[in-house]
Design a protein around this ligand. Structure first.
Ligand code: 4LM
Length: 393
């Protein structure tokens, strides 16, 4: 895809294999395996001496189209798509880490990411230090001679903590560490970590990338030499976490409207934040777009827009939070995010239930924290629903 094309053109035409018999959209190659013309061709393909498809766990045309489209949006050389965001993260970790290695991770990450790091990887003798990565000096202070990888989410799930990608990229490079950024909350439309120095970008494509609440998927973008290793080690042998061709087709279709969906998500989020900030029953609103938010300045520098994820704390804590979640009528009480529907959930007992009480406390995830994924509905309907629910507290 011509690098000079704009984002909207690349999200529609990127990765599109034009040499198809006249169909505007690519067919879905819902096939587990691919036929060889001869025994020699099969042997050559397995030996990597001839291009061509072999078996869908090793690569598939529908998945390749999505990988190329997404890599193009991230200004990355290559991409790999997976069955879930956790599949993307786990395949990446299993590709580049081995027993005896050490890694540094944000102390605030999605719950299952936290348990992969804090329990899963420790089974294989990979040591993890959770750090406040909004403090780049704290990262430097925790690097050891066996530190191989630095992992952040920015904005982080669910406190929206902002870490400085450019500054951390410099530290990672200086210490020959791989720098991985989970860009799920932003997508390439809002933030491009590779442009800022990251080595790899991971996504839960379940979220904004697909954007319609009907697929679980994941992705990694980055330099081809790294992505090839994830394909041939992490995916092929370690996790086998491959996406189905049909789900890859759905995510490719979702991506065609990424820019306009993100613009509407953010437009709605700003209106909801204006309603929540200063509300008499709310003690704090977490949103990178608020000037009072701790990471606001760094967010303004590295994000084109402040995003559409909002967290807030009620003055009367968890009980009030539970009452609020049971009182909303339009907002949907469900985990996940980035869908057309606005979703509301309670991290401490739901998406971050894997955290111990000490880890929750260290991460600053309070019992009273409520998280919103602002959807594409009419903003006034969202605000009216929150207003009537808050009035019941
Ligand atoms: C229920 C799921 C939620 N999140 C997931 C998630 C994943 C993992 O992505 P899969 O769920 O494996 O596609 C990876 N990275 C980030 C920043 C995430 O928020 C949720 O928070 O609501």
């Amino acid at each position: 895809m011509n690098k000079e094309y704009g984002f909207a053109t690349k999200q529609i035409h990127g990765g599109h294999t034009k040499n198809l018999p006249g169909a505007l959209t690519s067919p879905i190659y819902q096939s587990s395996t691919f036929v060889f013309d001869s025994a020699q061709q099969g042997a050559k393909r397995f030996a990597g001496e001839e291009d061509g498809f072999i078996y869908t766990r090793l690569g598939n045309p529908t998945e390749m189209e999505l990988e190329e489209k997404l890599a193009g949006l991230d200004n990355a050389e290559a991409g790999v798509v997976t069955a879930s965001g956790m599949g993307a993260i786990s395949s990446t970790m299993h590709t580049f880490l081995k027993a005896g290695d050490h890694m540094i991770a944000s102390k605030v990450v999605y719950g299952c990411t936290h348990s992969l790091f804090d329990e899963g990887l420790r089974r294989y003798d990979v040591d993890v230090t959770f750090v406040d990565t909004t403090d780049t000096a704290a990262i430097e202070a925790n690097i050891k001679e066996n530190t191989r990888l630095i992992y952040i989410e920015t904005p982080a799930n669910p406190t929206l903590d902002i870490s400085d990608i450019g500054a951390i990229a410099k530290i990672a490079k200086a210490h020959d560490c791989l720098f991985v950024v989970d860009n799920t909350f932003c997508t390439p439309y809002i933030q491009r970590p590779i442009d800022l120095g990251a080595d790899l970008v991971v996504y839960s494509a379940t979220k904004y990338l697909n954007g319609h609440g009907d697929v679980v998927a994941g992705a990694v973008t980055g330099r081809k030499e790294l992505i090839d290793q994830i394909h041939m080690v992490g995916m092929k042998d370690m996790t086998g976490s491959i996406i189905s061709p049909f789900d890859a087709f759905l995510v490719s279709r979702g991506l065609k409207t990424l820019d306009i969906r993100m613009e509407k998500h953010v437009q709605n989020a700003k209106k909801v934040v204006a309603f929540l900030d200063g509300h008499p029953k709310i003690s704090k609103v977490y949103y990178p777009g608020l000037e009072s938010f701790k990471g606001h300045e760094v967010a303004k520098r590295q994000m084109n827009l402040p995003g559409a994820m909002i967290s807030f704390e009620l003055k009367d804590g968890r009980a009030a939070g539970e009452k609020l979640m049971d009182a909303v009528e339009l907002l949907t009480l469900a985990v996940s995010l980035g869908d057309a529907e606005t979703l509301i959930e309670h991290p401490a007992s739901m998406t971050h239930a894997t955290y111990s009480p000490e880890a929750l406390q260290k991460a600053g995830i309070s019992e009273g924290l409520v998280r919103l994924s602002i959807g594409l509905e009419d903003a006034k309907d969202l605000i009216n629903d929150l207003d009537q629910a808050l009035a019941q507290l």
